[in-house]
Design a binder for this molecule. Structure first.
Ligand SMILES: Cc1cc2nc3c(=O)[nH]c(=O)nc-3n(C[C@H](O)[C@H](O)[C@H](O)COP(=O)(O)OP(=O)(O)OC[C@H]3O[C@@H](n4cnc5c(N)ncnc54)[C@H](O)[C@@H]3O)c2cc1C
Length: 379
C-alpha cells in the first residue's frame, strides 16, 4: 500500500480551511492533513464590523476549530515559531513537524509602529482585539471629526474602510449623534474601488446621501497626537478627534525569518501558488499573488493548490490554474449588501462588475457564510 502523503497547512483562515476541506473530500485515504493555527477558531473578516459596533460577541462569531470533523484532517492549536522551507520542517510552541507538502497560509499581520503616532492616538478595527476595544471608544465618542485613514497598501478587503464609514453613519444616527459627528475616509486612491466603476459610483452616491466624505489621493504618513492631526506625505494636515487607521500590513515575522518573503510578501507561481522551495506552497494574504488581500481570493488560491496536489498525488484530473476570481460583498447600511464580482486573472486588467445593494444579496452573504461553516468545519 502507498504511504499517505503528509500535508502540513500553516494557518486555518480562509485559505487553510478551504484547502484542508478540498483535500479531505477528494483524497480522504491518500493524505494525512495537519492543520495548525494559534487561535481557537475562525472568524470572518466582515464579523469585525459586528464586533466594532457591539452587535455580536467574539464567541458568537467564532467557528471553533475543535468542531472540525473532516476525514484525515487533524487540527492542532499551536503557534508556529520557525519554518525551514528547504527541509519542510516546522517548529511550533509544542513540537517539530516534517512533511511532504508544506502550505503557508498564515495571512497578513499589522505593523502599527510603521505609522508614527498611530500606537499612541489611533484605533483600528482590522484585528479582532482592535475591533472589540474600539467599541468602548465609539460608545464614548459623542461629537467631532472621525477620520478613517488608510495607512498603507496593499490592505485587506479594499471596500472595508468605506463600509465602516457607512455602518458608523447608521450607528451614530440611531444614537441621535450623527449631526454632531463628521465622518471621512482618507484614501491613497483616487476612488473607493478602482477596478469597479459601478461599485465606486454607488459608494460615492451613498456617501453623498449620508453626508460622508471620501478624501482621495492623500497618503497619511504619521499622526501628531499633541495637535490631533494626521500628517500627509505632501505636508497637508487632516484634523481629527477620533482616528481609525487601516494599519500597514506585513507578513508574520515567522515568514520573514524563514526567508520565504521577498519585497514584503511570498512570491508564488501565478498558476499553482508554488513557492521557489520544492513542495512548499503559499496561499492568501501572505503572498504577492496579483489579487487583493481578501478571503475569497485566498479561497480560490486554495482551490488551485488543491487541484494541483490532487493531480500530483493521483495523476488524474487536469488542474485548473488559479483564476484570480472572487465575489466580494459590500455593506451599504439598512441591511442592504452589494456584490463585486472581481476578476484579477493574472496578466490582465482587473475588472469588478457590481450587483446593486439589495436584500437579496444580503441573504446571499448569509448563505455564503453558512455554506463555508458547513464545508470547512462540519464535514
Ligand atoms: C474589516 C474586514 C472585513 C473583511 N471583509 C471581507 C469580506 O467581506 N470578504 C472577503 O473575502 N474578505 C474580507 N476580509 C479579508 C479577509 O478577512 C482576509 O483577506 C482573509 O481572511 C485572508 O485569508 P488567509 O487565509 O490568507 O488568512 P487568514 O484568514 O488571516 O488566516 C491566517 C491564519 O493564520 C494564523 N496564524 C498567523 N500566524 C500564526 C502563527 N505564527 N502560528 C499559528 N497560526 C498563525 C491566524 O491565526 C489565522 O487564523 C475582510 C477583512 C477585514 C479586516
Amino acid at each position: 500500500m502507498n504511504k499517505k502523503k503528509r500535508i502540513l497547512i500553516l494557518g486555518a483562515g480562509f485559505g487553510g480551511l478551504e484547502l484542508s476541506s478540498r483535500l479531505s473530500e477528494a483524497l480522504p485515504d491518500q493524505v494525512e492533513i495537519t492543520l495548525i493555527d494559534k487561535n481557537e477558531g475562525f472568524i470572518f473578516g466582515f464579523s469585525k464590523f459586528d464586533l466594532m459596533l457591539g452587535q455580536s460577541t467574539r464567541p458568537e462569531v467564532t467557528y471553533f476549530y475543535r468542531d472540525i470533523s473532516k476525514p484525515s484532517v487533524d487540527f492542532r492549536q499551536e503557534t508556529v515559531v520557525s519554518i525551514d522551507p528547504e527541509q519542510r520542517r516546522v517548529i511550533t510552541d509544542k513540537q517539530t513537524y516534517e512533511t511532504d507538502v508544506l502550505v503557508v497560509a498564515l495571512g497578513a499581520e499589522y505593523s502599527i509602529d510603521a505609522t508614527p503616532g498611530f500606537a499612541e492616538d489611533g484605533h483600528e478595527f482590522y484585528s479582532f482585539e482592535g475591533a472589540i476595544a474600539l467599541h468602548d471608544v465609539l460608545e464614548e465618542f459623542k461629537s467631532g471629526k472621525l477620520v478613517i485613514g488608510i495607512l498603507g497598501q496593499p490592505f485587506k478587503c479594499p471596500p472595508a474602510p468605506c463600509e465602516a464609514a457607512i455602518l458608523l453613519d447608521e450607528w451614530f444616527d440611531k444614537r441621535g449623534l450623527r449631526r454632531d459627528i463628521d465622518i471621512s475616509v482618507v484614501s491613497q486612491w483616487g476612488v473607493p474601488i478602482p477596478p469597479s466603476p459601478d461599485g465606486t459610483k454607488t459608494i460615492l452616491e451613498t456617501f453623498n446621501d449620508r453626508g460622508l466624505k471620501f478624501v482621495s489621493e492623500h497618503v497619511i504618513t504619521s499622526l501628531d497626537p499633541s495637535r490631533k492631526v494626521a500628517i500627509c506625505s505632501d505636508g497637508q494636515e487632516i484634523p481629527y478627534d477620533l482616528f481609525l487607521g487601516i494599519p500597514v500590513h506585513r507578513v508574520p515575522a515567522v515568514v520573514e525569518e524563514a526567508g520565504l518573503s521577498e519585497d514584503d510578501w511570498i512570491p508564488v507561481d501565478d498558476k499553482n501558488l508554488a513557492t521557489k522551495f520544492p513542495g512548499v506552497y503559499a496561499v492568501g494574504d501572505v503572498t504577492s499573488a496579483p489579487t487583493p488581500k481578501s478571503g475569497v481570493f485566498a479561497e480560490s488560491a486554495a482551490r488551485a493548490v488543491a487541484e494541483h496536489l490532487i493531480w500530483e498525488i493521483t495523476g488524474e484530473g487536469k488542474p485548473t490554474p488559479f483564476d484570480g476570481k472572487g465575489s466580494c460583498y459590500v455593506e451599504f447600511g439598512d441591511g442592504l449588501v452589494g456584490r463585486m464580482d472581481a476578476d484579477f486573472f493574472p496578466g490582465t486588467r482587473p475588472t469588478a462588475p457590481f450587483a446593486a445593494p439589495s436584500n437579496l444579496v444580503a441573504d446571499e452573504k448569509k448563505e455564503f457564510a453558512a455554506v463555508r461553516r458547513k464545508r470547512w468545519i462540519e464535514g
